[in-house]
Design a protein around this ligand. Structure first.
Ligand code: SF4
Length: 196
């Protein structure tokens, strides 16, 4: 039987492929492939929807947590863009994409700290202590510096010696309430990190 050049190449290629697979032990390629697939690492993780805290774009993120092997406590293991979020549709900028580092940073402030007068270090305090102290100092400052009328006798009701920092990733509702409460005190310096 005459064999054309094309037929010869086809037969040779098929034989080579078969012998190579056999030599590698992949006779049952399906099983071998399945055995080589690592389990999806987020399979048993808890998924939580949240908002990137960095800027006013407020991209949606999916935060995955799982029990830590050492102490069993839930620990954030992965953060990615939320593809269902209409703002970012799964994308994140480099800053948002690196937010796992922010979560586990040793420099991250997780609770209120207070430096006593004359002290050279900050110490951890309770939220109650922090809230009471802020309220007390704010009231003292407002009582002292609130301006009801300007020099022309026009009512201005302003308090210029204290400012308030909000968060651009707050929801509309939280932002609205923050604005109302802060403005009702007369504060003009209401700020957040929104710059986009
Ligand atoms: S643009 Fe970047 S920093 Fe801003 S919310 Fe989106 S991911 Fe976060």
């Amino acid at each position: 039987m005459a064999v054309t050049r094309r037929q010869f190449m086809k037969v040779s290629a098929a034989g080579l492929a078969a012998s190579s697979v056999g030599a590698l032990g992949f006779l049952d390629a399906g099983d071998a492939l399945a055995a080589g697939v690592r389990p999806f690492r987020l399979e048993k993780a808890t998924e939580t929807r949240n908002t990137c805290p960095y800027c006013a774009v407020s991209c949606g993120v999916l935060v995955y947590s799982a029990a830590d092997a050492k102490d069993g406590k839930a620990k954030v293991i992965h953060i990615e863009g939320d593809s269902d979020n209409p703002i970012n549709r799964g994308t994140l900028c480099p800053r948002g994409a690196a937010s796992l580092g922010f979560v586990h940073s040793v420099n991250r402030l997780k609770y209120p700290m207070h430096r006593k007068p004359g002290s050279d270090k900050f110490e951890r305090v309770s939220w109650d202590f922090a809230m009471d102290r802020i309220a007390k100092l704010a009231k003292e400052d407002r009582d002292k510096n609130f301006v009801a009328k300007n020099r022309d006798g026009v009512t201005v009701n302003r308090w210029l010696s204290t400012g308030f920092l909000g968060g651009s990733s707050c929801s509309n509702e939280a932002g609205y309430l923050t604005y109302k409460v802060v403005r009702s005190t007369g504060i003009l310096a209401l700020e957040n990190q929104a710059r986009i």
